[in-house]
Design a protein around this ligand. Structure first.
Ligand code: FE
Ligand code: FE
Ligand code: ZN
Length: 291
């Protein structure tokens, strides 16, 4: 067996938050990602004592080393001041509160879209809102992770420099970090499909952001070409990134302690269990290089 590969997937919370942990265990995962509410609505979810108890109980059954939550897709803290921004800050605060109540380690957030106010203003809005939300949730032990983005529309976070600029403006570095999504960086133009490209991109990330700021990896192949700026996840090895890059990631000593989460299509058709297939494929890479 490989030395403690931290591997998991995004699992559903239908039937209760604790169900995501049960699912993770079913798939033999030691890490997982989940939502703490319906991610496509603004409606908030207030956790009950029972929710929290069941979640803790599931986690106590053992085997789970790290849990990440993904924030609602509606949240945009990089836009101009106004109704959406205010709603987003409120929602992000609630996301952090729930994560803290559940003892969740990381909360993944898309940095947001500047919505025409310009990249520089978007970066300032994002950092300023984070600082305010951190103050409102002071004492929280959940680390907020800004996710690299594909660069669709006016979204920020597709260039490492933008993420570095946000981090620089965030006051409390003990509460922030980065989540790197392989599909997103590839779509944004960071071509990791060749060995030299992979080395170059990781070196650039280290130089611009710093690998010590990386806490989570989203391991997804891409349905679209490098630089397409289109965010479409594909099964491991079936997209334009290709199998080799995932072998490098799984065996990269620098990422040994970083949880790796697949967000590949679930594929409910036929008898194929795609999570099982993708996880097995990634696990097999360690065994190829070990010994
Ligand atoms: Fe995401
Ligand atoms: Fe992702
Ligand atoms: Zn994506």
């Amino acid at each position: 067996m490989a030395e403690n590969l931290l591997l998991g997937a995004h699992f559903s919370i239908s039937g209760g938050l604790h169900r995501a942990i049960d699912e993770a265990r079913f798939y033999g995962c030691n890490v997982l990602q989940m939502f703490t509410k319906n991610a496509t609505t603004w409606r908030e979810r207030i956790l009950s004592e029972t929710d929290i108890h069941k979640f803790n109980e599931a986690r106590l059954s053992g085997g789970i080393q790290r849990i990440a939550a993904h924030a609602s897709y509606l949240i945009n803290i990089a836009g101009p001041q106004g109704k959406t921004s205010a709603l987003s800050c409120k929602a992000l605060t609630q996301e952090l509160v729930r994560c803290d109540q559940l003892g969740i380690d990381y909360l993944v957030l898309h940095p947001g879209s500047h919505m025409g106010q310009g990249e520089a203003s978007g970066i300032i809005s994002c950092a300023r809102n984070i600082n305010r939300i951190f103050y409102e949730t002071r004492g929280s032990t959940t680390r907020l992770l800004l996710e690299t983005t594909a660069g669709q529309g006016s979204s920020i976070g597709c260039a490492f420099e933008q993420l570095a600029a946000i981090l620089k403006k965030v006051e409390d570095h003990s509460r922030i970090g980065i989540c790197m999504d392989t599909c997103h960086i590839f779509a944004a133009g960071y071509d990791i499909s060749t060995r030299s490209g992979y080395d170059h991109v990781m070196h650039a990330f280290d130089g611009i952001i710093g690998l010590e700021r990386l806490y989570l990896l989203h391991v997804n192949d891409s349905k679209k070409e490098a630089g397409s700026r289109v965010d479409r996840h594909e099964h491991i090895g079936k997209g334009f990134i290709g199998l080799e890059a995932f072998k490098w990631i799984i065996n990269d000593r620098r990422f040994r302690h970083i949880p790796k989460i697949i967000e590949t299509p679930k594929g409910k058709t036929g008898f194929k269990d795609w999570d099982k297939i993708n996880l097995k494929r990634l696990r097999s890479f360690t065994q190829q290089v070990k010994k």
